[in-house]
Every structure is written in structure tokens, then in C-alpha cells.
Design a protein around this ligand. Structure first.
Ligand SMILES: Nc1ncnc2c1ncn2[C@@H]1O[C@H](COP(=O)(O)OP(=O)(O)O)[C@@H](O)[C@H]1O
Ligand SMILES: [Mg+2]
Length: 307
């Protein structure tokens, strides 16, 4: 089932008294199926938040169409099934995380012991239970982020829309958010999330769309996009003589001196042995042999340069 369908969505802003034109989203299309983790990626300013705001009905598109659960946006009906984490969530500073999350749960129709139990449950899941009774204004940015994430989860939504859910978190916090996303999918929910850090998406997503300057430059199933093929092998040598370096260069290997070491980028795995043999015979010591695989980041940079 298609939960989010976006067709050629565009948004143009006109800024300030001179109405300076900003084409924030220049025709983006994608579809999110149920029970997948979909990464909406791209550098800062590429149009992720603007697209998400259009989907959530906070701003209206300049042109194009989109549906949520089959309903054209903006849709109050669809929003009942969606948990939304905005990019910069505002949490009333005089409430505690528990009060804030309960308030969000109450707005979604939860009450009584169900509300209390569910609040405790999502506070545990997002790791803010220990600070649940402190005023939000006394919490760090990361704790605020966890509170807002718990609020997005509280009403047990079918679809989670998370705008930069890892922002403001330390490496452990980022890993915890990744685990939460995986856990939500395991329980049958669908997760649509944005991030500007491609590596955060790589271990997580079934499918991605990568935006650049308001357009999608990469789109597809992650396992088709990043196949884990070895692109080249880095061979690092210590004590390599000029003669050896010359010999390897002549053999067609790219070589670079780094901090006294010679680093070779060997194309083709079948040539690695030949390089190692030459290196040892030439009196060098092998420090490291590292196969390099294409990452989402490499792919994005390649597509961005081609574009
Ligand atoms: N309300 C607005 N008025 C004018 N320009 C905006 C507005 N919101 C976003 N933009 C511009 O649109 C572009 C995309 O922004 P945004 O969607 O926030 O990107 P991302 O979330 O990918 O970092 C940026 O150039 C940004 O400055
Ligand atoms: Mg953003």
C-alpha cells in the first residue's frame, strides 16, 4: 500500500520587500510504501523540510500533487494516522517531558490509564524517562529532541514523519534513534525520515531519495543503489623507495605520499597480489590493505557532479 505519493511537487517562496524568488523545491516525486524505512536525504537547504511541511499541511505547494493514505494534502483524516517530528520542535519550556508528551497524547484522543501507560512506554523507548519530571527548559538539546520524538510516537501512529530526528544528538543518541526507527518498522509501522548525514541513512533505509537544490538526484532501493562492490583497494606501504614508487606508477597504479607512507589505489582486486609482491620484493613493509566500497555519499557526489 502506498502511504505517501508525491508527484512533481514544487514550492517557490518570495522573500522580503523585493519579493526575491527562492525555488526551494523544483519538482520532486517519490512514493513511500507501507512498512518501509524511507530516507529523504540531501544537504542543508536542498528542500527536505519544505517538502515535509507541504506534506504535513503547514504550507501549500506552488504546484504538483501529493496524497497521504490516498487523501490529497492537506488532509486532517490522514494526519490522525501520522506521528510528526518537526525539524525544530517547540516544547513549552515550563512543562516537563511527561506533561508535554501526555498533552500530545490527549490531543490525539488518549486518556486515563491508557494515556499514562503509553506515555511511560514511549519515554522509556526514547530514553528520557529519567528526566521525565524536570522542566523542559532545564534539558539539553538532545533531551528536547527525545521528548519531541516521544510525542510523535505517543498516539501509536501508522506512519512516522521525522524531520532530522538525529539532529542535536551525540553518537550514542544517534544510534538509539536508529534503533527506535528499526524497532518501529519491526512493529509494522512505516518511517519516513530526513537527514543531511547520508551515513546515518545508509545502515537503515530500504529506499531513499536524495535531493540537491530542490531536485531529486538519486532515488531507489538502497540495495540497488549501493551494492557494496569494491571500487578499489588502498594498499599502504612503509619504507617504499623512490624506485619502487616509480615502478608501481609505471604499472599504472595511482600513488600518493601521506605522512611518510605510500598509499596506492589499486584498481581491480585481481591486481592486489601483484602490488603486494612488488612491494615486498622492493623492500617495503605492508601497513594496510583496505578494500573501498561505494557509499551513498560517493554515489551522491558522483551524481551531483554529473548533473
Ligand atoms: N519560508 C521560507 N522563505 C524563503 N525561503 C525559504 C523558506 N523556507 C525555506 N526556504 C529556502 O528554501 C531552501 C530549502 O530549505 P529547506 O527546505 O529548509 O532545506 P533542508 O530542509 O533540506 O535543509 C533553502 O534555500 C531555504 O533558505
Ligand atoms: Mg531541514
Amino acid at each position: 500500500m502506498t502511504l505517501i505519493q508525491v508527484d512533481d511537487l514544487k514550492k517557490t517562496f518570495f522573500l522580503g520587500v523585493f519579493r526575491k524568488r527562492v525555488d526551494a523545491v523544483k519538482g520532486v516525486s517519490f512514493a513511500v510504501q507501507s512498512n518501509e524505512i524511507f530516507g529523504f536525504l540531501g544537504p542543508n537547504g536542498s528542500g527536505k523540510t519544505t517538502t515535509i511541511k507541504m506534506l504535513m499541511g503547514l504550507i501549500s505547494p506552488t504546484s504538483g500533487q501529493a496524497t497521504l493514505f490516498g487523501h490529497p494534502i492537506p488532509s486532517v483524516e490522514a494526519m490522525k494516522k501520522i506521528g510528526f517530528l518537526p525539524e525544530s520542535p517547540y516544547i513549552f519550556p515550563y512543562l516537563t517531558p511527561r506533561e508535554y508528551i501526555e498533552m500530545c497524547g490527549r490531543l490525539s484522543g488518549l486518556k486515563g490509564s491508557a494515556l499514562r501507560d503509553r506515555t511511560t512506554q514511549v519515554m522509556k523507548r526514547t530514553g528520557i524517562e529519567y528526566a521525565g519530571e524536570r522542566p523542559v527548559r532545564r534539558l539539553s538539546k538532545g533531551m528536547g529532541q527525545r521528548t519531541a520524538l516521544a510525542a510523535a510516537l505517543v498516539a501509536d501512529p501508522e506512519l512516522l514523519v521525522l524531520d532530522e530526528p538525529m539532529s542535536g544528538l551525540d553518537p550514542i543518541g544517534r544510534k538509539e534513534v536508529r534503533d527506535i526507527i528499526l524497532g518501529e518498522r519491526r512493529e509494522g509501522r512505516t518511517v519516513f525520515f530526513s537527514t543531511h548525514i547520508l551515513a546515518d541513512a545508509e545502515s537503515l533505509c530500504d529506499r531513499v531519495t536524495i535531493l540537491r537544490e530542490g531536485r531529486a538526484v538519486v532515488s531507489g532501493a538502497l540495495r540497488d543503489l549501493v551494492r557494496g562492490d569494491v571500487i578499489h583497494t588502498d594498499v599502504t606501504l612503509a619504507g617504499a623507495s623512490e624506485a619502487l614508487e616509480g615502478q608501481l606508477r609505471e604499472g599504472g597504479h595511482e600513488a600518493q605520499r601521506r605522512a611518510g607512507l605510500l598509499v596506492l589505489a589499486v584498481q581491480g582486486q585481481e591486481r592486489v597480489n601483484e602490488v603486494l609482491l612488488a612491494a615486498i620484493q622492493g623492500g617495503a613493509r605492508v601497513v594496510e590493505v583496505t578494500p573501498r566500497r561505494e557509499t551513498l555519499e560517493d554515489l551522491f557526489v558522483r551524481r551531483a557532479i554529473d548533473a
